[in-house]
Design a protein. Sequence first.
Length: 394
Amino acid sequence: MNRIKTTAVALLFLGCNCPVILAQWLPLNSGSSARYESFYFFDANTGLASSTANVIRTSNGGSTWTTVNVTGVRDIDFIDANNGFAAGYSSQALKKTTNGGASWSPLTPVNSNSLWGISVVSTSTVYASGTGGVVWRSTNGGLSFTPVNLPTVSDLAVDLQFLNATTGCVLGQPGDIWRTTNSGASWTKTHSTPAVSSTSIYFVNATTGFAVGSGGWIIKTTDGGITWATLNSGSTAYLQYVHFYDVNNGITVGIGGVILRTTDGGTTWQQEISGTTEDLYSCILLSPTVAIVGGNSGTLLKNANLQTVDTKEPELNWALSAAPNPCSGAVTIDLGASREQVTAVVSDISGSVVRNETFHQTSSLILDLEGPSGIYFISLISDDRRAMIKVVKE
């Protein structure tokens, strides 16, 4: 659970009627092809990203990452800089760290259902949720766990957050919010949207929280989860994760590289140009203007200068490709028609710009990737059109 490259690019917008932001999302090198499903940052520089393949750690805001040899992790949460817990696959359902995530130890119940969410209240109290409406509670730092399951066992308890040792909310599928004030001894359903596949819940504080899901579904509470109101996201995207830095500044990500952001507590949302069509499953705001998102194929993107709303909506669906791809050096890009001016910016996997060139009166480009073998991103800008192409150099 979340607590706390220089060229604008775009490929795809999934049913979004919200303003579009030409922002600066640059790829970070995760060193992996894993699907990153959760972040936890202790401050703007030091944090972790988790996947079922590994956990990676950074001490410089994501510029570089080191791999921790632990598998099966979906969600992570910490109570302080040392003590944290992880939830994941059924055979590796719960784990604990006492050294900031440098190493992890398995916990019972190892035979639990597959777990999806983790919420750490204190060094002693932790809750986890998963398939079949399962909710586990520990009051002794993970030495033992007690089931405090939801009443509807068919629900996937996909995520949860506890506000203190006794009061918390569990997000169930489809579109249910379950709330307890007695440590899970009993549960009350405080919201239901049956047509929605819900995915993520996040509370900024004891009163203000948000949940997201399919069809651009976003709901908000201002009374600690007792009541919920539906927000207008302006999108039909299948949203996968939500995080807020404070009561005003929030971000959510989803399938197809969708990133939505709000600066007014969810009243309005704008779509960021992520520059990727990879499915995104995690996000975190490190400040109102700095964010990292993660997803499939080792995808990590960072924006260190989030912009304000731009109500202009230029043509952003410029479908281009490079050939050959993979390549041994040079690639050709067919622009489809003669363009008066096209700027091409080539970045390597670390986000470093290796080439920046402007072409005039041309219908095709030939770009020589002079660097070593690896993955490159070609950002193309021409008048009202934007595109990004991922190229592999062998």
